[in-house]
Design a protein around this ligand. Structure first.
Ligand code: ADP
Ligand code: MG
Length: 225
């Protein structure tokens, strides 16, 4: 594999059809290298989430080229996109944990989606990463009994447990106070450094910009370095 984990060329994106067509991304060019932490900022509605969901194979690319982990997503079929999704760790603004499962079970589910991993092995890996993020005492807690920061740590564990090469995070600190927000991104940064994975992080939070190797801004669908 070459050193670019993500390579985007002349990517444009539109919502709607014919006269209701509304352009959201306008000729985006971007490369993310292995191990790089890139932060994307920009006003609300500028297309950040759309770009992130295209990179993550959650939305179809119809104009331009988008290669992620050597997989071309332009006109990619569903099977190819599902395969790619398994190789990416996602962290969203709201933790999206399943309320009827414990912290450990939430993480474990992500492991069990991979082939060839026994339930026992999945449990062990999940317990281990929850300890790494400082939740060793909360492994069997349900989300309702965890604080916002703790829930986001579970979400980070779930995103990282399969050791993905790419992590996509959409405003991961938006629902946290500033101190907790900082701790959570530092944790992501440490884990990424240790494992040499890349992070593409969308944020409004000016207090965490310094964790980035590179900062980009999206304005009216155009990328500005
Ligand atoms: P950001 O994450 O920067 O706030 P989004 O990518 O969510 O921006 O949205 C960019 C633009 O696309 C906004 O004008 C938004 O209203 C529009 N948009 C987002 N999602 C959809 C959708 N599913 N259908 C139609 N328009 C959408
Ligand atoms: Mg958004």
């Amino acid at each position: 594999m070459n050193s670019s984990l993500v390579k985007i060329q002349n990517l444009s994106y539109y919502y709607g059809k014919s006269h209701l067509r509304h352009q959201v991304l306008d000729n985006i060019n971007l490369e993310i290298k292995a191990g790089e932490i890139v932060i994307l900022t920009g006003p609300s509605g500028s297309g950040k989430t759309t770009l992130l969901s295209l990179i993550g194979g959650l939305r179809s690319v119809r104009e331009g080229s988008l290669k992620v982990l050597d997989c071309e997503l332009y006109r990619a079929n569903e099977g190819k996109m599902i395969q790619l999704r398994r190789q990416i760790g996602y962290i969203f603004q709201h933790h999206n944990l399943l309320p009827f499962m414990t912290a450990c079970q939430n993480v474990q589910m992500a492991v069990e989606l991979q082939n060839n991993v026994s339930a026992n092995e999945a449990k062990m890996r999940s317990r281990k990463i929850l300890q790494v993020v400082g939740l060793g005492q909360h492994i069997d807690y349900y989300p309702r009994s965890l604080s916002g920061g703790q829930k986001q740590r579970v979400a980070i564990s779930r995103a990282l447990v399969n050791r993905p090469q790419l992590i996509l995070a959409d405003e991961p600190t938006a629902s946290l106070d500033s101190k907790t927000g900082r701790q959570v991104v530092q944790l992501m940064q440490n884990l990424a450094r240790e494992r040499r994975c890349s992070i593409f992080l969308v944020t409004h939070d000016r207090r965490i910009l310094d964790i980035a190797d590179r900062q980009l801004q999206l304005e009216d669908g155009k990328l500005i370095a």
